[in-house]
Design a protein around this ligand. Structure first.
Ligand code: ADP
Ligand code: MG
Length: 617
């Protein structure tokens, strides 16, 4: 008797297992399979990535399905299209000796009609991404009202990607008596919430240490000139409009100065260091917890007690002396199963320190480029467009509408959109108009510039040589990460393995590069191209370079969970951009800055004494 047989698996599965070359069950399989086979129970299983979770639920699920019935009996939810396809493939391999079992994948980025047709033929098991699943339920293309089993695979990842609401909606349409099996690498609060809300006294199995999220933090460094640290910091913030971060400085003095400069420049920033009274520190921490402060500038000592989850970025404004300290700093993000980014701003002479840190943390840094002014303008523009789209309408404006309509009469939709967007965009574009490249000259790769200076959006000239950067209006919220987006573009256009590069996925949009030879092809393919009934629009980006290498998930991509929470909080930086982008010293902008910083920063009393920015940066 093989070890798999001892777990209680039937012959057809054992044969498939032999074909796949599995010899011994992994730990999570050994623990989960007997439980799931022997009882009708809810289960929470925590095990690291790569430990064979798919088979841990896949084998029992197939064994329990009634293949004589065509009804959909099992639903597997998984975060991405990639995983969805992978699980489906595995399930098909497991069930190859099981006649009449149909496993169908449902995911965005492919024809919904085709998928509906497959379902109609009878799918006992559906593997789906939450977004597309919800879509199909609402169109009555699937029926999950009789399922016996629901698997939430990579639950932490799904919730990370903002699928909480979708999952709740989907589960609400399933029978109460079904069994729910939750598989996850980590157990953040949100996963625990789901378990509590939707599961009935689940059995729990854990493989390895709980919550060991070692690689949830991505490390990046940016090489700039010594005097450019502060402008570089601002650009990093501007590239990530939803940033919720701790910025580390070496001294109390620098901490205070950086915070004050940020406040003066219109950011929601605050300082945390030992020269503040306990009361002041409490105030700052409260504002930070409420997200009224997006950028908390702190010394290492003062930051020790910060117990805030959901921090999207740690920024090392200066590197610490001790490598050990870096580990503490970066550990402020990527907590509770979330991913996070630790950024380091360094000068050329400090570059060797990166190596030393890499050795210590056993993880590689990604060399990245401070984004150009054009890139920031673009990001802000799309962020703004999305903000307008997502803004909840305030019914109080109703009373003013007739008057507003009078004022705006005769302006058509297109012009109105242009005007609305310009209100904020012009500030950024004026500010960054002639901004210089902050990247230290011989660091990193050379940025390729197209020769016309860059104004080559669709309708303009299409570049014919060199690398071309594109903007695409899908991002993390559509379920993409850089790998899946790369695949999606490659597959859609029919390009080769290496043709799409520098994919940078933001929350609701992304960038990528190709060589100019395929630009025509890309633009043609993505003309009037729809996914899930929504236009996927690709345009040549004004920004030629692209901020850096591929990465798994982008900075602003944490918006999902974080945005909602913040809306209850105080003012948002971007609600009041008055001071930004204006020329230094314009009396209007100064006046506005003072207003807001005094009302939103506990440091305003100190601010007056440190107005001489040039002295410090
Ligand atoms: P997880 O979901 O835990 O990240 P997967 O289920 O994707 O892990 O499995 C990771 C890899 O290990 C897959 O390629 C899978 O085929 C393989 N695998 C799973 N179980 C076994 C086993 N018992 N023996 C050998 N390989 C296995
Ligand atoms: Mg898995």
């Amino acid at each position: 008797m093989t070890k798999f047989e001892a777990l209680g698996l039937q012959k057809s599965l054992l044969d498939a297992i032999t074909d796949m070359g599995f010899e011994t069950p992994s730990e999570v399989q050994e623990k989960a399979i007997p439980i799931l086979l022997e009882s009708e129970t809810d289960l929470v299983a925590l095990a690291q990535t790569g430990t064979g979770k798919t088979a841990a639920f896949g084998f029992p699920l197939i064994q329990k399905i009634d293949s004589n019935s065509r009804t959909t009996q099992g639903l597997i939810l998984s975060p991405t299209r990639e995983l969805c396809l992978q699980i489906t493939k595995e399930m098909q391999a497991y069930s190859k000796y099981e006649r009449n079992i149909n496993v169908v994948a449902i995911y965005g980025g492919a024809s919904i009609t085709d998928q509906a047709r497959q379902i109609k033929k009878g799918a006992q098991i559906i593997v789906a991404t939450p977004g597309r699943m919800k879509d199909m339920i609402s169109r009555r293309l699937v029926d999950i009202s009789n399922i016996d089993y629901c698997v939430l695979d990579e639950a932490d990842e799904m919730l990370n990607m903002g699928f909480m609401e979708d999952i709740k909606d989907i589960l609400s349409g399933t029978p109460n008596e079904k069994s729910t099996w939750l598989f996850s690498a980590t157990m953040p609060r949100e996963v625990a919430t789901i378990a509590k809300k939707f599961m009935h006294s689940p059995q729990e199995i854990t493989v390895g240490a709980k919550n060991s999220g070692a690689s949830t933090v991505q490390h990046e460094y940016y090489v700039v000139g010594g005097r450019d640290r502060y402008p570089a910091l601002k650009r990093l913030a501007d590239t990530n409009p939803d940033i919720f971060s701790v910025i580390f400085c070496r001294t109390k003095r620098d901490t205070q100065k950086v915070a004050e400069s940020l406040i003066e420049d219109g950011y929601n920033a605050g300082a945390l260091h030992g020269d503040l009274s306990q009361n002041q520190r409490d105030l700052v921490m409260n504002s930070f917890r409420k997200r009224q402060i997006q950028m908390l500038v702190a010394t290492d000592v003062a930051a020790r007690g910060i117990d805030v989850d959901d921090i999207t970025h740690v920024i090392n404004y200066q590197l610490p002396d001790e490598i050990e300290t870096y580990t503490h700093r970066s550990g402020r993000t990527g907590r509770a199963g979330k991913s996070g980014i630790s950024m380091v701003i360094i000068t050329r002479s400090e570059q060797r320190k990166i190596k030393a840190i890499e050795n210590k943390i056993n993880q590689k840094f990604i060399a990245k480029q401070i984004p150009s002014g054009i890139e920031i303008c673009e990001i802000q523009l799309y962020h703004l467009a999305n903000k307008i789209k997502d803004t909840k309408i305030n019914e109080d404006v109703d009373g003013y509408l007739p008057a507003i309509n009078d004022v705006l009469e005769g302006i058509d939709r297109e012009e109105l959109i242009k005007k609305i967007v310009s209100v904020e965009f012009t500030r950024f574009s004026n500010y960054y108009n002639k901004s210089k490249d902050l990247n230290s000259s011989d660091s990193g790769r050379n940025r390729e510039r197209s020769d016309d200076g860059g104004d080559n959006r669709r309708g303009g000239e299409i570049p014919t040589s060199g690398a071309v950067r594109y903007f695409v209006n899908v991002g993390e919220r559509d379920g993409y990460d850089w790998m899946t987006l790369k695949d999606f573009i490659r597959d859609t256009v029919g390009l080769g393995q290496e043709d799409v590069f520098k994919v940078d996925v933001k929350e609701s949009f992304s960038f990528f590069n190709t060589e100019a030879e395929v630009t025509q092809q890309i633009l043609e393919k993505f003309t009037e191209f729809k996914v899930d009934g929504r236009f996927v629009n690709v345009e040549v980006s004004k920004n030629p370079g692209g901020g850096g290498g591929n990465r798994r998930s982008g900075g602003s991509g944490f918006g999902g969970g974080y945005k909602g929470k913040r809306s209850s909080g105080g003012r948002r930086r971007d609600d009041d951009r008055g001071g930004r982008g204006k020329k230094e010293g314009s009396s209007e902008s100064k006046g506005r800055r003072r207003d807001r910083s005094e009302s939103s920063s506990p440091n305003s009393g100190k601010r007056r004494s440190t107005k001489r920015k040039g002295d410090f940066f």
